[in-house]
Write a protein that binds this ligand. Structure first.
Ligand code: SAM
Length: 329
């Protein structure tokens, strides 16, 4: 069984946001003072989430990433992970996290079935970290990263959103940090998603400019790596003759919609087909109306047929209003 959309793309990857809550308050992700949290009765229960994920895997989803908000804030997250980890058709279970709780959770996550983690880290400067996250403590993140490595959540990928006037001067330092700790580093372009994302549009730096910064810092050519690293959209490069690889995710300057293999499930059970469009399918309503697994499968297949050809990030008139906190990146 495979989920194939109207443009012939096979969808085998699902990102599942299990909470909109977060223990950081990044200014490009979340509007200050406006938590936009759904009421508890709108949230999918862990049982509903587990049931849907099982159905998705029966339809051909092979990779699941849990995200949020901060997924480790969801009560009993480990029990959900154990349940997902035992699904027969699943090839990979991963997690996106800000690492604040990894010191406590990393080993248990590994035992419960998480293969690897993606960690958001935009700066190595405690002051800049506190400014971007509106009060977060950098050291806790660094400790969490060290614990993830020690727990064998391999590879640990670091995602840095590079922003003009905020952290662009740290691109080279982040390469050194990642190399030193054996981490895979990816640089991400700011995306105009949600109110917060749109407000920081002026921070946008295209991936090509980020690559130039790296060439200049290391006085070195960047050699494209053709071997596939993961199933995501990053383009990877080797820095000269060194062993260091870096990736860029250029959602805006050079989009990869034609190879998009993913969709998203929000914590309230909305199936979102594209970060840049409003189209969604309300699976919670179906579940709560008593739909059978077969009926849910039909609804998911109908949802996939709505997946648009591409986002319109460079055309402001078509911007979607989804909040990144609800979509999980
Ligand atoms: N709390 C988890 C974390 O920190 O990774 C998961 C949720 S967070 C919303 C997922 C990713 O979305 C993070 O890497 C974050 O940097 C990214 N993100 C949020 N808003 C963004 C924006 N406007 N542009 C680009 N990336 C964004």
């Amino acid at each position: 069984m495979a989920l194939i959309d109207s443009f012939g793309r096979t969808i085998h990857y699902l990102r599942v946001s299990i909470t909109d809550r977060c223990n950081l308050n990044c200014d490009y992700c979340r509007i200050d003072g406006n938590e936009l949290l759904p009421n508890n009765d709108k949230l999918l229960s862990l049982e509903e989430t587990g049931r849907l994920i099982k159905i998705f895997t029966q339809l051909g989803i092979e990779r699941i990433r849990l995200t949020g908000g901060e997924p480790l804030l969801r009560n009993n997250v480990l029990s959900l992970i154990k349940e997902i980890g035992s699904l027969p058709n699943l090839q990979e279970l991963s997690l996106s996290t800000n690492a604040l709780l990894l010191k406590r959770y990393a080993h248990d996550l590994k035992k419960a079935g998480v293969g690897r983690v993606n960690i958001s880290l935009d700066t190595l400067n405690p002051k800049t970290f506190s400014t971007i996250t509106r009060g977060g403590k950098l050291q806790k993140v660094l400790d969490g990263i060290a614990t993830a490595v020690a727990a064998g959540l391999h590879p640990v990928k670091i995602n840095m959103v590079v922003m003009k006037g905020i952290n662009e001067n740290e691109v080279g330092d982040m390469v050194e940090y990642a190399r030193h700790h054996g981490l895979i580093l990816r640089f991400i372009e700011t995306m105009p998603v949600g109110d917060a994302g749109k407000q920081v549009s002026d921070r946008y730096i295209p991936a090509e400019q980020i690559l130039t910064m790296i060439k200049d810092r290391f006085s070195s050519e960047l050699i494209p790596v053709h071997q596939k690293v993961g199933s995501g959209p990053a383009r990877y490069y080797k820095i000269g003759n060194s062993k260091a690889n870096i990736g860029v995710i250029s959602a805006r300057s050079r989009h990869f919609c034609e190879t998009c293999n993913r969709m998203r499930l929000t914590s309230t059970g909305q199936l979102v087909l594209c970060l840049g469009h409003e189209d969604r399918s309300d699976l919670r309503k179906f579940i709560r109306d008593g739909a059978t697994d077969e009926q849910l499968k039909e609804q998911i297949i109908r949802g996939v047929s709505l997946k648009p050809e591409s986002h319109q990030f460079n055309n402001n008139s078509h911007g979607a209003t989804h909040q990144m906190t609800a979509l999980g990146g």
